[in-house]
Design a protein around this ligand. Sequence first.
Ligand SMILES: *[C@@H]1O[C@H](CO)[C@@H](O)[C@H](O)[C@H]1NC(C)=O
Ligand SMILES: *[C@@H]1O[C@H](CO)[C@@H](O)[C@H](O)[C@H]1NC(C)=O
Ligand SMILES: *[C@@H]1O[C@H](CO)[C@@H](O)[C@H](O)[C@H]1NC(C)=O
Ligand SMILES: *[C@@H]1O[C@H](CO)[C@@H](O)[C@H](O)[C@H]1NC(C)=O
Ligand SMILES: *[C@@H]1O[C@H](CO)[C@@H](O)[C@H](O)[C@H]1NC(C)=O
Ligand SMILES: *[C@@H]1O[C@H](CO)[C@@H](O)[C@H](O)[C@H]1NC(C)=O
Ligand SMILES: *[C@@H]1O[C@H](CO)[C@@H](O)[C@H](O)[C@H]1NC(C)=O
Ligand SMILES: *[C@@H]1O[C@H](CO)[C@@H](O)[C@H](O)[C@H]1NC(C)=O
Ligand SMILES: *[C@@H]1O[C@H](CO)[C@@H](O)[C@H](O)[C@H]1NC(C)=O
Ligand SMILES: *[C@@H]1O[C@H](CO)[C@@H](O)[C@H](O)[C@H]1NC(C)=O
Ligand SMILES: *[C@@H]1O[C@H](CO)[C@@H](O)[C@H](O)[C@H]1NC(C)=O
Ligand SMILES: *[C@@H]1O[C@H](CO)[C@@H](O)[C@H](O)[C@H]1NC(C)=O
Length: 395
Amino acid sequence: MAAAGKKCSGVLFLFLLFSLFSLSQSLLSDSRKLSVELNPGAASLPRGGDLLHVRAVGDNDTLHFLFCSQGAPTLLLVHTNTSSSTVQVNWSQFVERNHSGSLKVEPESSILYSSALVFSRLLEYDDVNDTADPISDLFPPYELQDFIWSRFNLSGPSALLCGAAANFTNGSLCLQLSAFESEGRGQSWPRLLHTANSSQVRVWLDGVLPRASRSRFLLELKAVGGVYPLSRVEVHRSIDDEFTPSIFQVSQWVPTENASSADLGFVQWKPVAYRQSNPALEDATPCRHSDPRPQSGEAAAAASGLIRAFYAEPETFGMNVSFGLAGEPFYNSTKFLSWTLLVGSGSPPVDSFSPLVVSVMAVGLGTPMILLLLGGVFVLPAEEGAASATYEPIN
Ligand SMILES: *[C@@H]1O[C@H](CO)[C@@H](O)[C@H](O)[C@H]1NC(C)=O
Ligand SMILES: *[C@@H]1O[C@H](CO)[C@@H](O)[C@H](O)[C@H]1NC(C)=O
Ligand SMILES: *[C@@H]1O[C@H](CO)[C@@H](O)[C@H](O)[C@H]1NC(C)=O
Ligand SMILES: *[C@@H]1O[C@H](CO)[C@@H](O)[C@H](O)[C@H]1NC(C)=O
Ligand SMILES: *[C@@H]1O[C@H](CO)[C@@H](O)[C@H](O)[C@H]1NC(C)=O
Ligand SMILES: *[C@@H]1O[C@H](CO)[C@@H](O)[C@H](O)[C@H]1NC(C)=O
Ligand SMILES: *[C@@H]1O[C@H](CO)[C@@H](O)[C@H](O)[C@H]1NC(C)=O
Ligand SMILES: *[C@@H]1O[C@H](CO)[C@@H](O)[C@H](O)[C@H]1NC(C)=O
Ligand SMILES: *[C@@H]1O[C@H](CO)[C@@H](O)[C@H](O)[C@H]1NC(C)=O
Ligand SMILES: *[C@@H]1O[C@H](CO)[C@@H](O)[C@H](O)[C@H]1NC(C)=O
Ligand SMILES: *[C@@H]1O[C@H](CO)[C@@H](O)[C@H](O)[C@H]1NC(C)=O
Ligand SMILES: *[C@@H]1O[C@H](CO)[C@@H](O)[C@H](O)[C@H]1NC(C)=O
């Protein structure tokens, strides 16, 4: 009776200890103060698209998230070493999209790092033989800079942008940007872990009539940066827990290895897309990426008003993400595809075991541990002077 009581209180103690630990972790984790401004400084609605500015102010630094639909949708992240840096836009120049320097983060000397992600093209191919090999039978690409984009639909630190090609029959491509005050997880799968230093973009293709019944899609992305552009993709093992069932990997687009990662940036995603907006497990479809390749910076600036405005000499790498593998259902099975990625500064968040898994482990590992300890306590006095005996194998 007494032993069982001790065992229970031991487990309870471990559990409490763990809860306290995770609580203190969440209290200690950094947070930022967010403020949101649409078309900062513009006298009227600018022609050609919106510019959203999310200012995320930390103790002694600021992250500026700029999301723009002037041309191809683009997210620019600028990290400064002061909590008072500002964004200045010369709107008459900005909307002409031919002036570099029409958007500035000031003071310029406070900029620690900047990096941008351009959603440049949507590619579609007819996978007649179900090989999921995007080299074959490509249709003419959809240039996202030519889409007709909606005005931003804002709700808190989040913006929704939907657009369609003149050729789309019904259907649309949407991007939703979310910025965060503190650490947490996305609400829908893949439930990526974010911090206050990252923002999340969910991209989905809904109701578009495919050009072939066996169509599959790819999304082309371009990463633009200054000194250390994102140039390689690392694939890491990830813990399979309840947040992203059945996915064991996380991919990160990061700068060259030489760069100290402390104050640079990243794009992170899990290699999975979903074929339903409220997916079940069977709606998950794997995705793959191509190796990032150097691209023309001029082409990126021509496609994106924000790149033109901010960068004088945009160093650019491009990459394709393809959705679906051989044998997986084609796009027209549901006419829906969604994919989520994280764009941030510093090091990418690392998944750890979820509290549920840890409590299960604590109970599973803790019980034998406590039994051993209790056993040790009872055994030790009896075997004083014969400590080495306790290290002999147990039969
Ligand atoms: C911010 O800067 C002030 C003064 O420069 C310094 O006292 C403070 O410790 C810094 N805070 C952090 C979190 O770095
Ligand atoms: C914006 O640029 C124009 C030149 O295109 C210049 O005349 C004007 O002074 C600039 N405005 C500001 C606020 O700098
Ligand atoms: C930018 O484009 C406008 C017309 O769109 C043109 O009038 C202007 O001269 C151009 N400026 C530069 C610097 O190319
Ligand atoms: C950071 O802040 C210091 C002091 O305000 C400034 O001198 C320096 O140029 C800033 N920029 C960088 C990139 O460190
Ligand atoms: C599909 O398979 C057929 C027969 O094997 C072959 O002739 C054709 O070239 C393949 N098409 C593609 C696009 O690979
Ligand atoms: C749009 O439609 C035209 C005519 O049907 C076609 O020539 C063009 O390639 C299409 N563009 C795309 C991106 O599908
Ligand atoms: C804006 O988004 C909300 C939900 O996010 C939606 O209910 C609303 O209809 C949208 N408004 C417009 C104008 O699209
Ligand atoms: C487009 O949407 C309308 C209304 O939802 C529907 O009646 C029509 O069949 C759709 N067209 C195609 C090609 O899916
Ligand atoms: C966020 O960025 C700040 C400034 O670079 C850094 O001090 C902090 O540790 C970062 N937080 C996380 C969770 O990476
Ligand atoms: C896919 O498209 C083809 C031809 O357009 C059609 O016959 C087939 O029924 C479609 N499949 C689904 C699941 O809608
Ligand atoms: C990175 O390091 C390699 C050798 O270790 C060197 O050849 C290369 O120039 C470096 N690149 C940069 C951008 O510093
Ligand atoms: C993406 O794929 C298309 C089609 O294979 C190719 O033309 C394009 O160059 C690729 N983009 C990048 C950045 O690799």
